[in-house]
Design a protein around this ligand. Structure first.
Ligand SMILES: NC(=O)c1ccc[n+]([C@@H]2O[C@H](COP(=O)([O-])OP(=O)(O)OC[C@H]3O[C@@H](n4cnc5c(N)ncnc54)[C@H](O)[C@@H]3O)[C@@H](O)[C@H]2O)c1
Length: 442
């Protein structure tokens, strides 16, 4: 028996994860989506995104006739619950562009039934739910409106969506309670009801600001460690053992890398920066974190270049195997990937690049390398490379032994570890095999 009918408006990355999980948990789900490619994929039981387990869920729920997709907003007319997951990109003036939210709400408005629960899950600045969405829905009798931030991370989305506590905040008490009840019944996760939609909106921005700043801190520590000739991971590992705070929390410095990318961390801190400006505050941290993180790809390219230029005078005779172009490990998503500025810089320095990413589709690859082919064969890419640069840490790369990497690559090849994957014993082994290792800050 169906647990109820739920509409997901915007069946992109987040919408497809939420929609398929809810369908798998017994809801009748209608996904409303504008993009014909996504509609085709779902109808053909294919995943439009390379996210672990997503295709399996799509196959199961479409076959069971629990998941339907349509471009027609009228298809939501029988739904008691509507979840909005459209995009909220960064506008040219670094504010949140909420046009898709406004358009989506206007498109579905004529088909909403009375007492419907409308929840916004797209990331938006404070007051969007109460001052943009709520007035547009004023005429719907008994409508309940809440904001429930989505806090999952790509690459582990299906599991995280079902395990991270759900935060809800209503535009009024009745809405908050209805949203909390929906999630309690839908998932087995904790539900945290905060006092308003505005508070819930700020929760999401706070989470992402913390992550971005923390990674920026790790990045700056890594740069310093490079100068000091010490291992930043050793520093961070030991630093993180400090208990700090009345509740026994630990210092928790994250891991430095080739840079921060993706659709969220590259924009959400700017939403906070601009929010401060709107309220007469010159905030320093959001901007600083963004600047530091945006600088990491060029810093990484300079590490590679400085090592290679010690051995080679002509970059055009040097082959660099670029392993992974997506913005993070085990995902296909290339939106705002930090690998792009690394690749562009190495190309402009004249290096000869061969690129491998087993996860990406042609659509993804177009965002990074318009003119270069992307090889799916790992060993072929590494063969005779003078540098093997791990820019995204896909699991497939690490199934290769250090011995095999040494066999395939050229003598004394440089291993650039942009994702801080290799353990100290791996690094020792690399050195014994004549390879040179360089990580970000180690
Ligand atoms: N991607 C993530 O990891 C992540 C994590 C947490 C929160 N978020 C937030 O979730 C929101 C969605 O992110 P995403 O990565 O899924 O973006 P996305 O671009 O993959 O998905 C948005 C989808 O909405 C569709 N759409 C836009 N307007 C529409 C309309 N009027 N009717 C039907 N479909 C419409 C688009 O075609 C697109 O497919 C953003 O606000 C983002 O910040 C994303």
């Amino acid at each position: 028996m169906s647990k109820g009918q739920v509409a997901i408006v915007g069946f992109g990355y987040i919408g497809s994860v939420i929609g398929t999980v809810l369908a798998d948990r017994g809801f009748q789900v209608i996904g409303v989506e504008k993009n014909p490619h996504i509609l085709d994929c779902i109808r053909n039981k294919k995943s439009p995104f390379n996210e672990p387990s997503l295709e399996e869920l799509i196959q199961r729920t479409v076959t069971a006739e629990r998941l339907f997709v349509s471009a027609d907003p009228a298809s939501i007319r029988d739904c008691e619950t509507v979840i909005v997951t459209v995009g909220t990109p960064l506008s040219d003036d670094y504010r949140a562009d909420t046009t898709q939210i406004e358009e989506a709400i206007k498109a579905i408005r004529p088909f909403l039934q009375k007492n419907v629960l409308v929840m916004i899950k797209s990331t938006v600045p404070p007051f969007t739910t109460s001052e943009l969405v709520a007035p547009l829905l004023r005429e719907i009798e008994g409508v309940k409106i809440a904001f429930c931030p989505e806090r999952l991370a790509e690459g582990n989305a299906i599991r995280e969506f079902q395990s991270i506590p759900i935060v809800v905040g209503g535009v009024d008490e009745r809405s908050g309670k209805a949203a909390a009840l929906f999630w309690k019944q839908a998932l087995d996760t904790d539900v945290i009801e905060v006092s308003s939609a505005t508070t819930a909106e700020m929760v999401k921005l706070s989470d992402n600001l913390w992550i971005d700043l923390n990674i920026a801190l790790a990045g700056e520590l890594a740069k310093l460690a490079d100068r000091l000739g010490i291992d930043v991971l050793e520093v961070i590992g030991a630093a993180n053992t400090l208990v700090k705070g009345a509740k026994g929390q630990h210092v928790n410095i994250l891991t430095p890398s080739v840079g921060v990318g993706g659709y969220c961390l590259t924009k959400d801190p700017w939403f906070v920066q601009q929010l401060g400006s709107e309220y007469g505050l010159e905030l320093l941290l959001p901007r600083t974190g963004r600047i530091v993180n945006d600088g990491m790809p060029l810093y990484s390219a300079s590490l590679i270049h400085s090592h290679l230029s010690e051995r080679f005078s002509d970059p055009s005779r040097v082959k660099i195997a670029v392993m992974g172009i997506s913005f993070k490990n085990n995902t296909s998503d290339c939106r705002f990937t930090p690998t792009k500025p690394v690749i562009d810089e190495l190309l402009s320095l004249g290096y000869n690049l061969e690129i491998c990413d087993p996860w990406t589709s042609e659509e993804d690859e177009k965002l990074v390398v318009a003119d270069l082919p992307v090889n799916k064969n790992i060993e072929e890419t590494i063969r005779e490379a003078d540098c093997i640069a791990f820019l995204a840490g896909h699991q497939e790369f690490y199934s290769l032994s250090i011995e095999r990497i040494a066999e395939l690559g050229n003598e004394h090849a440089l291993i650039f570890d942009g994702r801080m994957f290799f353990k100290r014993e791996d690094i020792e082994k690399m050195r014994r095999l004549g390879l040179t290792y360089k990580g970000v800050g180690r």
